[in-house]
Write a protein that binds this ligand. Structure first.
Ligand code: URA
Length: 436
């Protein structure tokens, strides 16, 4: 087999066989197929797509490029949750303790932030003392004792994805349905959970900018899971505006804590309950309706917050953060306000630009090796549909000496559209579709 023939076929809209896909992926991982040929093949996939069979083979070859994780050492039902990525998406921090308070086991491997989206591991590390590099034994012990544990993704889960994702990132081939499906599902299937709930984001802050593409992505991932006899539910949810109000590491931890105290923003709280209810439904422990009731109750009675405290303590974090988040978390005291220049309604938010604005303040990384500042970020005070007057504060920027404040303000100016009329209801809907 020659890589050029495989690329040629895909370029001409033909189907690659299982053997050809294996040859390309395994060859890339072991250094026999060079970057430039994989790049050309990825671009051909970007333009011509893949069939269901090709997608499935790609996913399985990528999964099998590394280790699989056996969770049978954790007693109980283990349901995984994954978001395709967005701005202000701190759901794992709140949903995990929430569903653990209803009896589920959440044992998650999470990643760091890159580009305009944040990562759970960075957010957790803004809690003083919190360790995300924990041993396998510690991981299992905490899951069994607390019901909730999160560790950084180890080097050997789907290493093919790691290498290919880095290449996609610099060759404009990230936002393609087959490639995203295989990337996410190779990692999800490598961890042997009892079920998966996917939060597939759509809108200006997501990879999938429109609802039909997001639905297709969700269906593609559901199909791959089902071919593996893995239970799965996918929700297609709104990323046309930041989720919740806070963006940036410490600020997002603060919001997750507030949410489990019953004082969180409505959109974020509702999404956490919705995802949690689907996780419990999938586990068979409760019906969806029962689950919703229990989860709302466990926010009210503080049970979910207690689990959060135990979890933070178990992973070495300062658990006082739960009672006094503003004292314990590093949150900058230097604030700059972004103000409205005219009257009207917030009719559109380019959410990706808001995410980039947070990144240039120092909350995210442009490149993998960049350092991040946990204390900076953005608090959004006006979201879609808000009526505003000239001079109103739209967002507060938490900054440091290193923040590029001018660039962040410029990005926010570009991101916010203020019009005479509010946006259509559809644009503000939280959940568009559920795929089972
Ligand atoms: N998240 C992933 O893990 N992979 C993608 O391709 C996109 C989002």
């Amino acid at each position: 087999m020659r890589p050029v023939d495989i690329i040629y076929k895909k370029r001409n809209g033909e189907i690659n066989t299982k053997e050809e896909i294996e040859f390309m992926i395994n060859g890339y991982v072991n250094g026999q197929v060079p970057d430039y040929q994989i790049s050309a093949w990825l671009m051909a996939i970007f333009f011509n797509g893949m069939t269901k069979e090709e997608r499935y083979h790609l996913t399985m070859v990528m999964r099998d490029s590394g280790d699989t994780i056996d969770l049978s050492g954790i007693k109980g039902i283990k349901i995984d949750k994954h978001s395709t990525g967005g701005v202000g998406d701190k759901t794992t921090l709140a949903v995990g303790p929430l569903v653990a308070s209803a009896g589920l086991k959440v044992s998650k491997l999470s990643g760091r932030g890159l580009g305009h989206t944040g990562g759970t591991i960075d957010k957790l590390e803004s809690i003083p003392g919190f360790k995300t590099a924990i041993s396998k034994d510690e991981f299992f012990k905490i899951a069994n004792e607390v019901g909730m544990v999160v560790a950084g993704q180890t080097g050997n889960i789907a290493p093919a994805d790691k290498k290919i994702y880095a290449l996609r990132d610099v060759t404009a081939t990230v936002d393609e349905i087959s490639l995203i499906s295989a990337s996410i599902m190779s990692k999800k299937l490598a961890v042997q959970s009892d079920g998966i709930v996917l939060d597939v984001k759509t809108g200006s802050g997501a990879f999938m900018k429109n609802i039909p593409d997001a639905v297709e992505l969700a269906k593609s991932m559901v199909e791959i899971a089902e071919l593996n006899n893995r239970k799965i539910i996918a929700l297609v949810t709104n990323m046309d505006q930041p989720l919740g109000d806070n963006i940036g590491n410490s600020l997002e931890v603060l919001e997750a804590i507030e949410t489990l105290k019953g004082k969180g923003p409505k959109d974020f709280t509702d999404l956490c309950v919705e995802l949690g209810a689907n996780m419990l439904d999938l586990s068979g422990l409760y019906t969806y309706e029962e689950a919703k009731e229990i989860l709302n109750k466990n926010i009210e009675n503080g049970k979910a917050l207690d689990i959060m405290k135990m979890w933070i303590k178990a992973q070495g974090g300062d658990e006082r953060v739960v009672d006094n988040p503003e004292e314990i978390l590093p949150i900058s005291e230097k604030i700059v306000e972004f103000k409205a220049e005219k009257d009207g309604f917030v009719s559109h938010i380019d959410t990706e630009k808001v995410g980039i604005a947070s990144m240039v303040l120092g909350a995210g990384r442009k490149r993998k090796e960049d350092e991040i500042d946990f204390s900076v970020g953005i608090k959004v005070l006006k979201k879609l549909g808000a009526k505003i007057s000239k001079g109103d504060t739209i967002a507060k920027l938490y900054i440091s000496e290193k923040s590029n404040v001018e660039e962040a303000i410029e990005l926010l100016k570009e991101a916010y559209e203020i019009s005479k009329n509010p946006p259509k209801e559809e644009k503000m809907k939280l959940i568009y579709e559920k795929i089972v």
